[in-house]
Design a protein around this ligand. Structure first.
Ligand SMILES: *Cc1c(COP(=O)(O)O)cnc(C)c1O
Length: 394
């Protein structure tokens, strides 16, 4: 063991990290490329509405996604809303409660009713078995979530959707750089929505993208993104404003150019965490589908009762050390307003995950040495649970 027990901050030592390590610190591509791109938009005096940066961003993203149609949006939440509208979804939408609240809010904001299903214990994603239990006469669509970039049961959900004649949409916010059987994860379903929010593996400051193999669906979505305009003064229906700015698109483009470096950094950190956390009783680093087909952008540990400290105690120790671990996506969509006021069916796997999982810092702002040091801290804290609990006042 590298560090002495007395060095834990909760036991009176200084914090292990002088500067905080954050979860979701933005990955930033080549600064020159970003500033040049924004400068070109200024020179062109074209700041939004299908400028050269947006076109280039959509083209590059489409290439990355094997030629899928891509409609970039100002964020993924509006991307999800537009995708649901363009698919003509009505009534209830079956989705997992184990997701960021945006997934449920997008459904509800469209006047649809979110119906929460449990996730599969193996994949932590919505599976066909769980989804089927929530399908009723009012069901209008299935909305899967590729939690932490995991593919889940895409085949089962696709078969179920086909059998029941329901559209299948995926919240693919976490999936850029993830593949399933050599195919980009965002290519599954009738449509999928990526996020380019600052905390995601690649960002456009704020941003999102609707991804689909259906050209007409993409055209409807692109029209809805711009107030329903199809021409200079022709409006064909209800639309909103969900356009991505040229500055955002320039940032997104630079992020796509830098993706190899972002992927390498997160995969290296994931491997370093794996080594540092190996063999700790009660602590499991969540495995990915083959790591080489995952972006490894979320490093999540499951803290079992046997670990000595519970998840929240471990988090308190890490925060004292300036390791700002997060409880993604606690407390779960079903436990926050307005959804908590509705009767809910039990979600045992979801509750289990929400009570035990902790996301650790990674990304290009974190080095493998940092990850190894965080692993050592976790080992140290769990090695002295009584002392730590005393210091935490428990
Ligand atoms: C980040 C995120 C969103 C929302 O993305 P925005 O681009 O911020 O709107 C939706 N779903 C999940 C699972 C997310 O993590």
């Amino acid at each position: 063991m590298k560090t002495a027990v007395a060095e834990l901050a909760v036991l009176g030592g200084p914090p292990a990290f002088a500067e905080p390590l954050h979860v979701g610190r933005p990955n930033v591509g080549d600064r020159e490329a970003i500033l040049t791109g924004i400068g070109e938009a200024l020179d062109e005096r074209w700041l939004s509405n299908n400028g050269s940066k947006l076109e280039a961003f959509e083209r590059r993203l489409s290439e990355r996604l094997g030629g899928m149609h891509v409609v970039a949006t100002c964020n993924a939440t509006l991307g999800l809303q537009i995708a649901m509208r363009a698919l003509g979804i009505q009534g209830e939408v079956v989705l997992p409660a184990l997701t960021f609240v945006a997934t449920a809010h997008a459904v509800a904001w469209e006047g649809l009713t979110p119906v929460f299903a449990d996730v599969e214990p193996e994949t932590l994603c919505l599976g066909a078995t769980e989804a089927e239990t929530r399908i009723g006469p009012e069901t209008g669509a299935l909305l899967g979530v590729h939690l932490w970039g995991r593919s889940g049961d895409v085949e089962g959900l696709s078969a179920l959707a086909r059998e029941r004649g329901l559209p299948l949409l995926f919240d693919a916010a976490h999936t850029l750089g993830c593949e399933r059987d050599g195919r980009p994860l965002a290519a599954f379903g009738d449509a999928a929505v990526l996020s380019f929010h600052a905390t995601k593996i690649a960002n456009s400051f704020e941003g999102g993208a609707i991804v689909t193999g259906d050209r007409e669906l993409a055209e409807r979505a692109a029209t809805m993104r711009n107030f329903g305009f199809v021409d200079e003064d022709e409006i064909v229906g209800l639309g909103t404003n969900a356009k991505l700015s040229e500055a955002g698109a320039a940032m997104g483009l630079a992020s796509l150019e830098a993706m190899d470096g972002f992927l390498a950094a997160s995969r290296r950190n994931y491997a370093a965490y794996g080594e540092a956390l190996a063999g700790i009783p009660g602590l499991t680093l969540l495995p990915f589908d083959p790591p080489e087909s995952s972006n490894c952008h979320y490093v999540v540990v499951d803290v079992d009762a046997d670990a000595g400290l519970d998840r929240d105690q471990l988090r308190a120790v890490l925060v004292a050390e300036n390791v700002l671990a997060r409880r993604y996506f606690y407390p779960g969509c079903h436990r926050v307003p307005p959804y908590d006021r509705r009767p809910q069916l039990p979600l045992p796997v979801t509750e289990h995950v929400l009570a035990r999982c902790l996301s650790l810092p990674t990304g290009t702002a974190v080095t493998p040495a940092d990850a190894a040091a965080v692993g050592d801290l976790i080992r140290l804290a769990l090695y002295q649970p009584d002392a730590v609990c005393g210091a935490l006042g428990e």
